[in-house]
Write a protein that binds this ligand. Structure first.
Ligand code: XIL
Length: 359
């Protein structure tokens, strides 16, 4: 969709929505349609991404915002193994192709999420009937087929997501570990590298900014990888945080450890819970301002990293109602940068201020 000036864009969307062509709520123009706000991608010296679901790509209001504000896309769901791998050597490519096409048409880069994750192992692999060698070969075929198909189009991959247990940092006893052994991580990263010599390879996880055991486990894995020349370009910190926790110093400490190791850092799934204790039924102005200050501080910390270590900041969703957190935690929640009416929240301007005020 050609970029329209904001007022015209809102008028078009309003007409479109009024026609009831989609399930989107009617567009409510901000207080003043002359209010033009700057896209984050235009203010940022690094990609600013958003997690999208292929099922929402036909939504005009979302498209207008996505191409105005962001420069990178992560598939919130469709690139995971369970939806993509329908059987050995069988793939549901359509949704992924649509998402990659969508991003390319808007000059947006694509981050692949995620090749190996214990939570999205398809049943055919989880209950694999063959021997361990056949299991590993099935994994190799999967990684090779997927990474090769999008070579040059998906510039980075979360190769492994969430491999370590909360609280202990022990290696999760996933099917990958059970069938391939404790060094499965090394092997799947090498498989991805063999499939594409230039794609950036990430390890992605949550918790290293509040769970010392998990932080240690991830850093030990990085050190082991670097000692043994296992390909690894960066670490994704998911950044599912709240408006007041964890302390910013926990975030900067973990990022500094990764900088010391020469790695790229991806704030890969940023959302900022405004209602972690369930004390709100609506987003109050005070909590919204606290959320804004939190976003500004986090983006400011990322801005302070050396340029070579800043991969991207990706929001884990576009509109507040899109957020996975609502179902996951069961509380009313407003954790993203845009409200249900596609309007930028104070948190959006916190992000923008951090970009525009950077030293
Ligand atoms: C979540 C998506 O947001 C949901 O839509 C989906 O139903 C489940 O997965 N950490 C991750 C993400 O790495 O892949 C998860 O995304 C959220 C937690």
């Amino acid at each position: 969709m050609r970029r329209l000036a904001a007022p015209l864009f809102l008028l078009v969307c309003g007409i479109w929505a009024a026609c009831g062509k989609g399930s989107e709520p009617a567009i409510v123009a901000p207080e003043s349609t002359s209010t033009e706000y700057r896209g984050l991608k235009d203010a940022a010296p690094y990609p600013v991404g958003v997690a999208l679901q292929a099922s929402r790509l036909e939504s005009v209001p979302r498209n207008g915002l996505v191409e105005k504000v962001f420069s990178s896309v992560t598939a919130e769901y469709e690139m995971k193994m369970e939806p993509l791998s329908t059987g050995p050597g069988q793939y549901a490519w359509d949704a992924v192709d649509r998402l990659v096409d969508y991003a390319e048409a808007r000059n947006m880069q694509v981050h692949g999420h995620t090749l190996v994750w214990h939570q999205t192992t398809p049943a055919w692999l989880e209950n694999f009937a063959g021997d361990d060698a056949a299991f590993e070969e099935a994994v190799r075929v999967y990684i090779t087929d997927v990474v090769t198909r999008y070579r040059g189009r998906v510039i980075s991959w979360d190769v492994v997501n969430e491999a370590f247990e909360d609280g202990t940092g022990a290696l999760r006893n996933s099917a990958f570990r059970r069938r391939m052994g404790d060094d499965y991580l090394e092997r799947v990263f090498q498989m991805a590298r063999d499939a594409d010599p230039s794609v950036l390879l990430f390890y992605n996880d949550y918790g290293s900014i509040w769970d010392e055991a998990k932080k240690t486990a991830i850093l030990d894995m990085v050190d082991r990888f670097q000692t043994n020349d296992v390909p690894l370009d960066g670490v994704g910190l998911q950044m599912h945080v709240t408006y007041n926790s964890p302390p910013l110093e926990n975030i900067t400490d973990m990022m500094n450890e990764l900088v010391r190791r020469g790695l790229k850092i991806h704030m890969s799934e940023l959302d900022i819970r405004a209602n972690p204790d369930g004390d709100l039924t609506t987003l109050t102005a005070a909590r919204s301002e606290a959320q804004k200050a939190r976003v500004k501080a986090i983006v400011g910390a990322f801005n302070d990293l050396p340029e070579a270590n800043r991969f991207a900041i990706t929001l884990w969703g576009l509109l507040d109602p899109d957020s996975w957190l609502i179902e996951f935690w069961g509380n009313p929640e407003w954790p993203l940068l845009f409200d249900s009416q596609f309007r930028p929240k104070p948190a959006y301007f916190g992000f923008l201020e951090a970009l525009e005020e950077r030293s």
